[in-house]
Design a protein around this ligand. Structure first.
Ligand code: IVH
Length: 675
């Protein structure tokens, strides 16, 4: 359904937004919680866009639980502290069968019975949170912190798409705290890290760090851009409902709209528990997220209470931790990779081995110090594993198996790509190629410039960029705009059609937004999000260039390294020349003015008096602002319109005396709805 927003009246919009929100919530649940979408992404986007358009036209209809509000809010200075009324406990660990048998013995001894069940479920590796709902509405989200008190991350959890803002179902307890793990799926983690590496931002070591780093952002707009999910495994404070077993709790949580602990299943015997731990140890890679163990819980709540807890962990549950997978292999080579910022990274290339479900054949050695620490050499036998189960790393060298005549590896003092000097500056661990025209850096910078989130020059792939640089047809990204068809036709596997397509795409990219351009420039530390903040604040490349470090630091969330990096970029004559070339070919270097001509209240200075029937005073004032007017509290000669509700006060008389236009609330409604 595509709604003709311009034809919708305020009254119709009220109903429509409710229906659209309900539909979106339903599809969110099917998509994020059940993994069973019923409509295409395109159809979903269409519905979402209708809601956004309606809320834009009638801002007073925006509510905090609208799905449109999952975009984050202005940055906080710090997180408030939340005291957990019921502590968020940790879990004791079991590393082998013996530990599990001892756990079982202890429980049976304390309960003096053998008639009970265990529940086994996957242990997700993320960050524990507690989400409080009152009368079905999300009112607070907190991290576990030290278990007794955590951080108030309410704004952040609201951006996580599979956390209901409003609970589903017919039984809504007056108070319920839902506890679970905020995680990032492996594929989303990999995507995020690729993006970060492209922007010279340090990658996250594993999905857990990525989830924690993303949730604990003072700027929740950043959290909103990260793909987080929550999987619930229990409850904290609850009123108005009680449960007999842990499995009943999980079932109830599902009815409220939550995804719950995967593979939760009852089991009567500790031997069965052991079998399951063994099974999942070998199948942990079948899951899209990191599972680092199995949690074993006594199912009956009454028995859980009887067993109680120490100050740190419950006596009725334990975590069986999966051992990390390790493999032995042989180093075939140690190569050097050169990145966009010129850093030389040593990489070990070894005989392929299987680890955590995938074949790996290389591992970064990070820098010179790490190579020295490991004393890794070509032909060495090594043990590898995946750090945080994701990134391959060399654990140790098997010295006892070292063949004769191996040579220690030394970092080159020349860049392997351009032969230019490679230098390790004092106090730094990285060795850098300091030749800014190094083809490796040039190629990376051009590829970044053309990438989807930057200037989006489709069809200009890495192979084409490689040839253009190698054949010296281009030497920086501004040269792209001076390319001719003949230049492209000189390349291998290039036909007329592709060449024309590339040139067309290059032309089209001239009109990209300022934020895309800022991101595309490849300034060290400037990712997509920072670029959009800079574009919003400075509105042109010239203003950004002229900005002082203090002005940049005044933007919430940007630090001194970012500010210095921007200043350094604009201090380079080479970069200034590139910008000049971009400007000459007509690249848009300013933020387009938002078209305000058609806003119905543009230029009006409006004062409200009396009680409004349809809006709160704040809502009405927001509407005025959104429609281009100014909402003021007191009447002056400059006031252009006074809007009267019921029982207008002295302002009414003053307006009359000054001869200012006075209209009723109904007339105001007509004005804003175009009716
Ligand atoms: S139950 C009182 N169940 O593991 C019981 N925890 O190492 C509290 N975790 O802090 C936890 N998956 O963050 C439970 N299925 C699961 C879990 C789980 C992951 C985390 C949780 C906890 C930590 C303890």
């Amino acid at each position: 359904m595509k709604i003709d927003i311009s034809a919708v009246s305020f009254e119709e919009a009220k109903d429509l937004v409710k229906k659209l929100r309900h539909t979106i919530q339903h599809h969110n649940y099917l998509y994020y919680t059940r993994n069973e979408p019923e409509i295409s992404d395109h159809e979903y986007d269409q519905i979402f866009q209708d809601l956004i358009a309606l809320e834009k036209k009638f801002p007073s209809l925006v509510t905090p639980d609208s799905p449109s509000q999952r975009v984050g809010a202005s940055p906080l200075k710090e997180f408030k502290t939340v005291q957990h009324k019921i502590p968020m406990l940790s879990l004791g660990n079991a590393f082998n069968n013996e530990d599990l048998i001892n756990f079982d013995k202890r429980i049976k001894k304390e309960l003096k019975t053998e008639i009970f069940q265990y529940v086994t479920e996957l242990k997700m590796d993320g960050l524990a949170v507690s989400i409080r709902y009152e009368n079905g509405v999300l009112i607070q989200g907190a991290t576990r912190g030290n278990g007794v008190s955590g951080e108030d991350v309410s704004l952040n959890v609201r951006t996580i798409k599979n956390i209901p803002l409003k609970l589903f179902g017919n039984t809504i307890p007056p108070v319920i705290e839902v506890r679970g793990e905020v995680i990032m799926y492996k594929k989303d983690f990999e995507e995020l890290n690729k993006e970060r590496e492209k922007n010279s931002e340090p990658p996250f070591a594993n999905p857990r760090n990525a989830a924690a780093g993303s949730l604990r952002q003072l700027d929740s707009r950043i959290t909103a851009q990260r793909k987080l999910q929550m999987i619930s495994y229990g409850i904290g404070e609850v009123e108005g409902i009680s449960f007999g077993t842990h499995l009943e709790i999980l079932e109830f949580l599902q009815k409220l709209g939550f995804k719950t602990s995967p593979e939760a299943a009852p089991c009567n015997e500790i031997n069965e528990v052991i079998e399951r731990c063994d099974y999942y140890k070998n199948h942990k890679n079948d899951y899209p997220f990191e599972a680092d163990g199995i949690v074993i819980k006594v199912n009956e709540i009454a028995l859980q209470k009887k067993l109680g807890a120490t100050s740190h962990e419950p006596r009725w549950a334990i975590a069986y931790k999966f051992p990390p997978e390790e493999a032995e292999t042989t180093v075939k080579n140690i190569i050097i990779q050169v990145g966009r910022t010129g850093i030389l990274t040593p990489v070990a290339v070894f005989d392929p081995v299987e680890l955590e479900g995938s074949i790996v054949s290389r591992a970064t050695l990070h820098n010179e110090d790490q190579v020295k620490r490991l004393d890794i050499r070509i032909n060495d036998n090594i043990v590898v594993r995946k750090a945080g189960s994701v990134i391959p790393e060399v654990v140790r060298v098997l010295r006892e198996k070292r063949p004769q005549n191996t040579q220690p590896f030394t970092m080159p003092d020349k860049c392997p790509i351009c032969d230019g000097p490679a230098v390790r500056f004092e106090g730094e661990s990285a060795t850098r190629c300091i030749n800014v025209s190094c083809p490796a850096q040039v190629k990376e910078r051009i590829a970044h410039f053309a990438s989807r989130n930057a200037m989006d020059i489709d069809a200009l792939g890495d192979k084409i960029i490689d040839q253009l640089v190698d054949k010296k047809i281009i030497s920086d990204y501004s040269d792209l705009y001076y390319l001719k068809k003949e230049d492209l036709l000189k390349l291998e596997r290039m036909g007329e059609i592709l060449a024309e397509k590339i040139l067309r795409n290059i032309q089209q990219s001239k009109n990209k937004n300022l934020s895309n351009l800022i991101y595309a420039l490849g300034i060290f530390q400037i990712g997509k999000y920072t670029a959009s903040l800079l574009a919003k604040t400075f509105k042109s490349i010239d203003a950004l260039k002229a900005a002082t470090e203090d002005e940049i630091l005044a933007i919430g969330g940007l630090g001194p390294i970012t500010a210095q990096s921007i200043k350094k970029f604009f201090a380079s004559n080479q970069n200034i020349e590139i910008l000049r070339k971009l400007k000459t070919v007509g690249i848009k270097m300013e933020e387009e003015e938002i078209k305000t001509q058609n806003l119905p209240l543009k230029g009006e200075k409006i004062v409200f008096t009396g009680t409004l029937k349809n809006f709160s005073r704040g809502e009405a004032q927001d509407i005025v602002k959104n429609l281009g007017g100014e909402a003021l509290e007191t009447i002056t000669k400059a006031t252009t319109i006074v809007i009267t509700g019921e029982n207008p006060g002295s302002k009414y008389k003053k307006a009359k005396a000054l001869g200012i236009k006075i209209i009723s609330e109904d007339e105001f409604k007509k004005l804003i709805t175009g009716g």
